[in-house]
Design a protein around this ligand. Sequence first.
Ligand SMILES: *Cc1c(COP(=O)(O)O)cnc(C)c1O
Length: 508
Amino acid sequence: MLPTSLLLTCHPQDQAECRRIIQRTLDEILRTFSNSKAYEGLIPQDLKKAIRLETLLPDEGLGFDRVLAQMVDRIFPNLLRPSSCDYMAHLHSSVLLESIAAELILTVFNQSMDSWDQSPAATEVELEVIRHLCALYGYSTSETDTAKCAGWDTAITKGSVADAVDAGASGTFTSGGTQSNLMGLLLARDWFCREKLHHDVRQHGLPDNYRRFRIYASEISHFSMEKSAHLLGLGYDAVVKVPVDACQKMDSQALQRLMRADIEAGNLPFCVVGTVGTTDYGSIDQIREISELCQRYEVWFHADAAYGSGVVMSSKYASRVAGLALADSITVDFHKMFMLPISCGVFLLKDRRHFESLVFHANYLNREEDEEEGYTNLVGTSLQTTRRFDALKVWISFQTRGKNGWSELITTSIDNAQYLYGQLSQLSDFEVVTRPEISSVVFRLNLGDDAVSNQRNKQIRRILLHQHGIVIGQTERQGRVYLKFTLLNPLITREKLDGLIALIESLK
Ligand SMILES: *Cc1c(COP(=O)(O)O)cnc(C)c1O
């Protein structure tokens, strides 16, 4: 016999049970936030013991209350709490309060974004959010009827990507930056094959000369470039790593030299990726210089702004990412600087017609006649089929906080990084790699000898984690170990940063 409360329905007893378990869960969650630490400090071996289960699937169910008690006992206390001001390791943020409510809403209704009949209002919300995001990042969304039905063929007869902008921009929500970058490189490759090689890669697979295809990205670009090149059948060798300058930005002259040399050698450059906020340093590649080179050599320009996309929200610092709209496609992440729950990413495309590569009509899901009758099936612009209603989180938090509220949040974290850089630069024990452009500061204790310094910096990170519940990042550059503060949390104060510097100094 089925249990009485299974799903949330119109029946009062289902609603009462739903309210009860959500309320109890929330109470226990709130109790977990009993101190300001990021992590309770357990080492992996002890954590394994705490988590070990006799069986995942007992013969008889325990009932929700006992399961909750078990979680409260073993799991909740040992979860990382990213809202802690002691957490500054990665581009991994806490979540804004209103987005917790947004997650509840989108889970309860569980819309699936692949077809209109699985997500009527949600599809329209996503379209509306994407339209406004295109405008926020400077893309034109003018959408003429001819553009709408023109399809791929008109896009290719129009010439270079740079010319084909008047169809209006579009975009899609993704699982994050990795997927958005894959989409950028995929559409770039398909455009290049059709436009330059008159080859339909979607139908026929890679052309014979695929080993000559080249993608350019800085040596500190995100590893999703290599992963994408692998997935696209081109392999890591297709990714040309361009050196960075002392500010950790792609050296545009080196980029030009490398592209020219490749062309002379008979290779086929088809895409340059500019990183707008590198994962480690937050350094921003020269958007305008890259764009000019892309136009000159007629290659696709993809901007990986997974980190830097948040900077547009700061009235003080937005100019640092000016020119993003010069890119043919942009990766935006909302689960980093924007502090929305994982997952929440966006891929923006300057000319919507390039999405044509992804359209596949299935009779059971997205019939061609649907589009003609005004039903949008978003599966046509996504790599995923079943997909979450993540757009709601952006809608709710943008509307809740407004331009001014958002500007303050982002400005505060960037200001904090400037402050930390200023303080560390004055101390002789510390060495800072570069002045931050966004909110990451990469530094190390310099004890003279490199091997000694490396050892000590690594130890300090472990001591902070297990003895102080403080989580900071670590990276490497030219054989030296560096520590990293990623200051996404606007609640971090200057006093807090001063205290951390003093603590690290005391551990030297
Ligand atoms: C984080 C990051 C990514 C990957 O994004 P995910 O959302 O983690 O998939 C890509 N590029 C850059 C520059 C990043 O910082």
